[in-house]
Design a protein around this ligand. Sequence first.
Ligand code: PLP
Length: 404
Amino acid sequence: MRTVYLDNNATTAVAPEVLQAMLPFFRERYGNPSSMHAFGGDVARDIEQARERLATLLGAEHSSEILFTSCGTESDNTAILSTLDAYPERKQVLTTRVEHPAVLSLAKHLERKGYEVVRIGVDRDGNLDMVELREALSPHTAIVSVMWANNETGVIFPVEEIARMAHEVGALFHTDAVQAVGKIPLDMRKSGIDLLALSGHKLHAPKGVGALYVRRGTKFRPFVIGGHQERNRRGGTENVPGIVALGMAAELARAHVRDEQTRVRALRDKLENGLLERVPDTIVNGGRERRLPNTTNVSFEFVEGEAILLLMDRAGICASSGSACTSGSLEPSHVLRAMGVPFTFAHGSVRFSLSRYNTDEDVDHVLRELPPIIARLREISPFSREHPVPDGPTTCPTSCAAKS
Ligand code: PLP
C-alpha cells in the first residue's frame, strides 16, 4: 500500500544528497575535529563549511553567529537560560500561550524557580495580542520568546516587530524558528532578532542536530558546559555527520524555498480547499493569510481527531491530530484552546504538513480516502448537531492510546 506522508512538521525524510554528504564521516573521516593530527583537524573545516552554509540560509552576517546543538529543544533552552544567566537582575520572561513545549515547559520550570512568566494570548485566527504584549513589557523583562511560525497551525508571527519592541525595554528577543527555517525566506541581517533556534530533522537533515543563531555582540552564557568546542559556547565533541548533514540540508533548503512558496503551497491549498468542498462542517484553524506554505490544520466537527488518524493510517496516510488523548480524557491542543476553537471542532482537528517530496497524487489520495472516513465516523459518533457535546473535557469516546 502506498504511504502518503503529510506529517513533515513532526519530522522529515533525510534528503538523499544530505545522506550522501554525511556518510563519509562515519567510516572514512571519523576523526575528532579537536585533534592535533590532520586526520581529525581536517574535519573542522567541514564543520566550518556547514556553519557557512547555514549562515547563508539564515542571511546571517557572520558564520560565527551559528552554534551547533543537538536539537531544537536544546537551542530554545540555551537561548533562554543563557539570557537569564547573563542578565541576573531581570526576572521576567515573556512568551506566548501557543509555543512548543520546548519553550512552554521550560517557562513552567522557570516559574517554579521564582521567575515571572507572562504568556501572551492569541485571537481566534491564532494571531498574537500585540496590545497585551506591549503592556507586559517592562524593564524587568530579560527575554521575549515568540515562535516564528506555529507548528500546529502554521500561523506566522511578526517577530521582527516584536524584536524591536523587546529592545525598547532592553530585553533580548529569541525566536523558535524550528518550523520556519527552509519554508519561508529569512534574513537575519535585516531583522533585530538576537537568538534563533532551528532543528535539523525538520528540514531534511537527520534527528540529533540543531543550531542556535546568536547575533554578534549578544551576551551569551553556555548551557552545556564542558570542553572548548563551538568557541567555548557549547561543550561536547561535535556531531560531525549531523553538522555536515545540516549544512547540506541548508544548501538544499535555500534552493527549494521558492518551491515551498509555489508548488508546495499550491498542493497544500488543493488539499485544504478540496476537503472544505467535499466534507461539510469543516473549518481551517488559523488565519489563512500569514501562514507557512506547507501547513493546514483542519477540524471536522463531531468526530475525534485520534479516530481520524487511526483510519487514515489504515488508508496509508500519516498526519497529526490536535488533541492528545491521555488517561481516558480528551484535551484539545493548548494551541487550539488558546485560539478559542469551539470544543466540537477542536476535538476533530488534523494537521497536514507537506514537504518538497509530496506530489499531486498524494493529495488526490487523501481527497479520495478521507471524506468517506469522516462520513463513517460521523455515523457512529455519539455527538451531532442534535446531540451536542457537553462543555468541558469529556470521556474519550473511542479507545485510544496515550500520546507521547
Ligand atoms: N519548536 C517547534 C516549533 C517544534 O515544532 C519542535 C518540534 O516539533 C521543536 C521546537 C523541538 O525540536 P526538536 O525535536 O529538534 O527538539
